[in-house]
Every structure is written in structure tokens, then in C-alpha cells.
Design a protein around this ligand. Sequence first.
Ligand code: AMP
Ligand code: MG
Length: 429
Amino acid sequence: MSTPLTTHLTITQASCADDYDPNSMPVAKARAFIHTFLSPVSGVARVALRSALGRVLAEDVISPVNVPGHRNSAMDGWAMRFEDLSANDTTLTEVGSSFAGQPFTGKIGKGECVRIFTGGVVPEGADTVVMQERAARNDKNDGKAVTFPGGQKRGQNVREAGEDLRAGAIALAKGRIVRPAELGLIASLGIGEVSVYRPLRVAFFSTGDELVQIGNPLAAGQIYDSNRYTLHGMLTRLGCEVIDMGVVRDDPAILEQAFKDASDIADVVITSGGVSVGEADFVKQLMDKLGEVVFWKIAMKPGRPLAYGKIGRAHFFGLPGNPVSVMVTFYQFVRDALLTLQGVSPLPVQPLLKAICTSPIKKAPGRTEFQRGVLYLEDGVFKVRVTGEQGSGILKSMSDANCFIMLHDDVGNVDAGATVEVQVLEGVL
Ligand code: AMP
Ligand code: MG
């Protein structure tokens, strides 16, 4: 087992203390390493409830009231004292009505019942509600006689005050992402403002002399910069404040300035390209000067090269240049890190499914592969097929995919018909 890492160590000390091979770093280990250096941003803002959608709670939300506030009926029917019902038919006299928002103000006495509707306050003295489908009104007593069959249970169809939430209890804990359900829950407590963490500021740029901004013609050997668009999309979906710094040439002086500018204004700096063999050396030299960064070759495909560290106070992620590798490394390493920095706790569980793989897949043991797949349901069974060509530059493989087929380190070739694990992307991206 490796030495446990602690945040007392600097990133470079920790990387030396740990017994991993930086040229074959397992995915889980890289993820755990990064995680030890993350803590939520400190800025907090009070916002109006609707503006909290998608943000992260920076304080517990305490219920100021009992929910529900009153004992009320779960059904349309009649309320009565259970002791007045017998084992056989019982006829009681209706003495009034309790509508939601318009309670019966009297007290129920012996032999009496009150017409009640869903959400209506259960009158004083009553402890049981019989649903209307199980009762029969008859002509006797000016139509006020209602007959109930035997077999009722004490307390049935009665929602107790505070059964959802007690006054003073934690309704939502700090670290929860506010989704539509949370908006409604907070509103149900009568709370109109909450404390949320400030959005994370993420600056990013692409590196590479071959890259051209869209809107300009391509010369021989040049390509359009697509990584800044996928990064823009992934970061925006995560609720980050994005700072797009454009394309930066592979020139040490220009790169140095870009890293300095980015780390001055952002909590996190993300780059794509420039960390692969051949290019990493001069980025490494730059990083030795500007911060503390470790360079790994991750035992995964796609997405082998990855750099992580700190430049000044900013966290730095150096992603590979290949467009699919950018997305795969983002989802496997950066996404959870950004959620943690945003204050999210606990981290949402990534949905994993088992599915039957309909295509054979060639795979060498010793690394984790993330093949892009299409998950579908056939005769009630989850099946998955690869999206076609899987090159790390083929962005269509990502666009066509709704899942990653996750092939773990120890797995070799996969036969058609074998069961594989699938990381679902829908609803996560
Ligand atoms: P690198 O990691 O810089 O060696 O780049 C690996 C591959 O990804 C090369 O084929 C690059 O041209 C390509 N690449 C790098 N950055 C980008 C980008 N921003 N958009 C599209 N392709 C890129
Ligand atoms: Mg490059």
C-alpha cells in the first residue's frame, strides 16, 4: 500500500513520498492524489431562492417550522374518533366540514364525524380518517348520517404535524446542489434566501502553433481549435464562471505570461495540449519556475498525459491535446475536482450500469480504457455497442456516445456478448 497522502505535504513532496510510477499512474490513484489538495472556495453569497438553482449550499438550511404544520388528512373522506367505530358497520353524524385552508373550528364529540378533504386540518378530538370510497351517506338524519364499515385502523390517513420535518431539524445540509426539488423544499419552509458558494472561476486556453480560431481560413497543416469549445461547454454545464483566454503559441515567454495571467484571476487554470512527450519538457521547466506541478502518464486510453498542480493559489490541470482525450480526462479527473472546489459534498455518484457488449473490443491489460459507446435497451436488457472508430482525435466518437464503456486495468480483449461496465453520460454532461 502507498503512503497516505496528506495536505501537510506540498504537491511535489507528496508525489515523491508516494510509491507510484509517474509513467504508469493508475486512474484511481491519480484521482485520489488530486483530491487530497482540494478544499472548497471560501466566498459565500446570500441569494434569492430562485437564483440558487444549480448553486451549492454554503450553510445548512434549518427548518423554522414543522412540516406539515398541522395534523391533516391524506384523503378525501370523513374524520372521527377511532373509539366510536365498531367491528361492524357504524353510523355517525356529520357535524361539519374541514377543507384545505378552511378548518372545522369545533371539536368532534362521541358519535360524530366531519367531512374532510385532502390537506384539511384533522379536527380536535378526531384521530382517524376513512376515505370517501369506503363510506356511505344515507338519507337518515337529514342526510347527515354516514355509515362506515368495520376494519378501520386507528390513525389511518392522518398526516402528523412535523412528520416530514421537525422545526429545528436540518432540512438540507451544506454542500447540497440546489436542484428543482430543493427549491421547492426550501420554499415549503417559507425561506426566500439562502447562502451559496460563489461560482468557481476557471480560466482556460489551448496551446499549439497549429491551432486556428474559427472565423479564419486554415493554412496547410493547421486545424481549428475545438478544445476550447468542449471545455467551454463542460465548464458552463458545471456552473463555473468561464474565462476563455484563447490560443497560446508554443513559445516559452508567451506561455509563461499566459500562465501568470490565468493564475492571477482564476481559482483553476486548465490547458489543453503541450503535456505530451516532446512538448512536456519546456512546459515542465516553466512549471518548475511558476509553481508546483506533477506530470503523469496515466495508465489509461485515451488520455495518457496529464499534469496537475498549483500555480500560485490556482489549481492547474494540464490536459492532453487530442480532442477526445480532453473530454475523457475532464470527466475522469477534473469534474469531481471542480465539484469539490465548488463545495459539493458528498460528491454525486456516477451512474454505472452493467450491459452486454455487442461488439468485440481489442484491449491490452494494464490500463483503463474508456471506449465511447451507445447504450440501449433491447427486450428489457441493457446492451452497448462502440460508436465506431475510437481514435483519440475522433470527436464524432464522443458526439455519438451516450456512455463510456469502462474496461478496467485487469481486463484484456472483450468478446461480443460479454458483460461490461458502462458509465452513463446522459444527464451528467
Ligand atoms: P499535443 O498534446 O499538443 O501534442 O496535441 C495532440 C494532438 O491534439 C495534436 O494532433 C494536436 O493538433 C491536437 N490538438 C491540440 N490542441 C487542440 C485543440 N485545441 N483543438 C483541436 N485539436 C487539438
Ligand atoms: Mg501541441
